[in-house]
Write a protein that binds this ligand. Structure first.
Ligand SMILES: C[S@@+](CC[C@H](N)C(=O)[O-])C[C@H]1O[C@@H](n2cnc3c(N)ncnc32)[C@H](O)[C@@H]1O
Length: 214
């Protein structure tokens, strides 16, 4: 994935962010080994630390993740939950989930994490809120569907985080016609005009929108 933040700045930011817990280092390393071509999907140290901070600062007890991959962000967020907190994560790929499950089971946060397999839109229809934090990070063409489905399930002071909202900078390319870029551009436009919410689009890694209900 092309980096949009200057790599030296990215490195400096990571070096001045609290260190990655060993469990997250381990899952990131094995993801790099097993899924080298897909490892760019990992949120990684800096964004993982940001997600963890949001969960901690909001005092979240129920977290929903759409798009688990190998479990990095699920574990990062679950590590900030209280002991009786719960994180539900949605994933469609058994291959990704197999690696995730091993690392989740070996972590101190296994009791807090529930993995739901299947297309996220179907799992979402069966899930009741309220959720305090929702992290959307799956197939981009369904982002709008996920946003519409989770907003009514948000707790009163809940927040939605959406990943890849700068899409390697392609959101600036007015001639980009691929489905993923169009979906992200359209959703960013919808959210900023949605008077039910307040949003801040942060240029962390590939862009993260932080959304709260008004
Ligand atoms: C960008 S990765 C998630 C990265 C993860 N949050 C992390 O930080 O490591 C997107 C994941 O969404 C999954 N996915 C794609 N389409 C999906 C769908 N329709 N339902 C559920 N999961 C889906 C993919 O298999 C992939 O594992």
């Amino acid at each position: 994935m092309p980096q949009i933040v200057d790599p030296d700045i990215e490195r400096y930011a990571a070096e001045h962010t609290s260190p990655e817990p060993p469990e997250l280092e381990a899952v990131a390393a094995e993801t790099q080994e097993q899924f080298a071509g897909r490892a760019g999907m990992l949120t990684g140290h800096l964004e993982g630390a940001f997600l963890r901070a949001v969960v901690a600062m909001t005092g979240a007890r129920r977290v929903l993740e759409i798009g688990m991959f190998t479990g990095y962000s699920a574990m990062a967020m679950a590590s900030a939950l209280p002991d009786d907190g719960r994180l539900v994560t949605l994933e469609v790929s058994e291959e990704h989930a197999a690696l995730a499950r091993r690392h989740i089971e070996a972590s101190p946060w296994a009791d807090r994490i529930e993995v739901l397999m299947g297309p996220a839109i179907e799992s979402l229809a069966r899930l009741d809120g309220p959720f305090d934090v929702v992290f959307i990070d799956a197939d981009k063409t369904n982002y709008r569907n996920y946003y519409d489905a989770v907003l009514p399930k948000l707790s009163k002071r809940g927040v939605i985080l959406i990943d890849n909202v700068l899409w390697s900078g392609r959101v600036l390319d007015a001639s980009a016609t691929d489905d993923d870029t169009r979906a992200i551009v359209e959703l960013n436009d919808v959210i900023v005009a949605d008077d039910r919410v307040e949003v801040v689009l942060l240029p962390i890694r590939d862009g993260v929108s932080l959304i709260r209900r008004r």
